[in-house]
Design a protein around this ligand. Structure first.
Ligand SMILES: [Zn+2]
Length: 543
């Protein structure tokens, strides 16, 4: 791949292409017809699960040629949350073959569309991608072009020149004649592979002649003599498209701090909000799960904080508003939050929230003591998962998003999942001792225990020390049960438990550092004169 390739196929430049460039006719095409999907719509059904590890196996080819294909295929991974796992044995969803064993002259180059590979080619000895035009002598830019294009199909991308936006005025007779001459295609196949407009391909807003998914079009194939040059690398539109189709989870930092991103620490203001752009935007409003990671509030008044975002129906695909608010006379100096984003397609994940005001609207009336432990007072909300969602009890992560504490008593709160079964669980928010917790809220995520590429857990200072005496710095090492294959998983962590002395300001933060494929170090810290008896956090890691 090189930068000196002339990319002047933008709309204007494209129309200036003159004369007949005696360049190769397109060799790439999409498997259709008998053994493929009849219409190559951008139906989400053809997309792999976001984050999926897709096994790829070569059925033949020299190690050098295989390595070249692998290199260019992996170019897509920079922009798509997809992991091509190249295997040498065992079952693989994508199988690549370089030679037609029955016809060595066959130059067919094609691929099944997306998950069609699993549906339409069952035999593990048969290819889902045929790269018969490539061999050890093929030039690099040609290998790059063909591999990017065919792996684009394998990811679910359709032909750009067949998109609704292309509006190409074909010189049909010429296309038919050349298709017959060069490919031995009949009229129907020429129409299907080259000229037929894909009505459902609506994700591209405008025609991108630079797309790797666009055929080279000789000028004589169009009525107005406007052609499309051969594209050798991913265009900006290809990149933005694939990033939308397979978004990396929480592409942004997943972190917002009131100070300094919204305002200085002084004076403390109650209402703090910021619009966070999803980068890139989603194709449908994603679900967002929030958690508090840092608080700095005065002990002179009750501590009331609420981290929230508008409900899903009031949010958009491109951004969301994060609010870190206090109310009444609370002095909130600083607060910070993290969040997780789950696209609609990530159906394995269920998310939700619970505010104790939903079950105990009269917040002055204390929560009921726990029958099994009278020292604990609990607010409980039962969650039913969607029917048939999980076949065994899922993992659950819970993050605190709000609380309203009386400042005359110590601040103690804990959120946890109890009685987890395949059909549901109880969100439990509890306090203990003489604490007066008027209200609190938490958000949760559930996902199958065997979900690939994600791990979660809970850490607490209670795991290794007594609550007394208070200690400002708390930390520990977390070792992943199974190391991640990629070097640096993303770790998100927020408060799930807190016990602090109300004679000092409430200053606490939780975070993870030294993240590696093996694990990370967690921290739960207070600062200045704050007294931190215990602190706990739930974490989730994606790799
Ligand atoms: Zn193609």
């Amino acid at each position: 791949m090189s930068d000196e390739v002339p990319y002047y196929c933008s709309a204007e430049a494209l129309w200036d292409v003159e004369g007949e460039e005696d360049v190769d006719l397109p060799v790439t095409n999409l498997t259709g017809g008998e053994d493929g999907p009849p219409d190559m719509a951008l139906d989400p059904a053809w997309f792999w699960k976001n984050g999926e590890k897709i096994k790829v196996r070569f059925l033949d080819g020299s190690p050098v040629l295989q390595a070249r294909v692998r290199t260019y295929a992996e170019e897509w991974e920079k922009y798509a949350n997809i992991d091509f796992v190249f295997v040498t044995e065992g079952n693989a969803s994508i199988r690549v073959r370089f030679k037609n064993p029955r016809d060595p002259k066959d130059k067919t180059t094609d691929s099944q569309l997306g998950t069609g590979a699993k549906k339409f080619v069952i035999d593990q000895n048969q290819p889902t991608m045929r790269l018969y035009s490539l061999n050890d002598d093929t030039k690099d830019d040609e290998v790059c072009r063909v591999v990017l294009h065919e792996f684009g199909h394998a990811l679910g991308c359709v032909h750009e020149h067949q998109s609704l936006a292309a509006k190409i005025e074909w010189n049909e007779e010429q296309v038919f004649a050349d298709a017959k001459k060069f490919y031995h295609w009949d009229k129907e196949k020429a129409r299907n592979q080259i000229m037929k407009v894909n009505e459902q391909a609506t994700l591209h807003s405008s025609f991108d002649p630079k797309s790797i998914m666009c055929y080279m079009i000789p000028p004589k194939w169009t009525k107005n003599g406007r052609g499309v040059k051969k594209n050798l690398t991913l265009s900006e539109t290809d990149i933005s498209f694939i990033r939308k189709a397979y978004p990396f989870r929480t592409r942004n930092a997943g972190r917002l701090s009131v100070v300094p991103e919204i305002r200085p620490i002084y004076p403390p203001l109650a209402l703090n909000s910021k619009v966070i752009d999803f980068d890139p935007p989603y194709t449908a409003t994603p679900r967002v799960v929030l958690g508090l990671t840092l608080l700095d509030a005065s002990h002179e008044t009750n501590v009331r904080v609420h981290l929230h975002t508008p409900s899903e129906s009031e949010r958009g695909k491109a951004s969301f508003t994060l609010n870190l608010d206090a109310w009444a006379d609370t002095k909130l100096y600083n607060a910070a939050a993290t969040w997780l984003e789950f696209s609609r397609g990530e159906v394995e994940y269920e998310v939700g929230e619970y505010n104790t005001l939903d079950t105990r609207p009269n917040f002055r009336q204390p929560a009921l003591p726990s029958p099994d432990n009278p020292g604990l007072r609990r607010d409980i909300s039962h969650v039913d998962f969607r029917k048939g969602k999980y076949t065994s009890p899922p993992n659950i992560l819970i993050w605190l998003t709000a609380f309203d504490f009386d400042n005359r008593y110590n601040w103690r709160v804990r959120a946890a999942a109890h009685n987890v079964t395949a059909s549901g669980f109880d969100v439990v928010i509890e306090s203990w001792g003489d604490t007066t917790l008027y209200s609190a809220a938490a958000e949760w995520v559930a996902y199958p225990k065997d979900q690939a590429g994600v791990l979660s857990g809970r850490v607490s200072s209670n795991d290794y020390r007594n609550w007394f005496p208070a200690q400002a710095g708390n930390q520990g090492k977390v070792r992943f049960a199974v190391p991640f294959e990629r070097l640096n998983p993303k770790v998100f962590m927020a408060l799930s438990e807190l016990d602090m002395d109300s004679s000092r300001n409430l200053r606490v933060k939780v975070y993870a550092d030294r993240v590696s494929s093996e694990g990370f170090t967690w921290h739960g810290d207070a600062w200045e004169d704050s007294l931190l008896y215990s602190v706990g956090a739930d974490w989730i890691a994606f790799g």
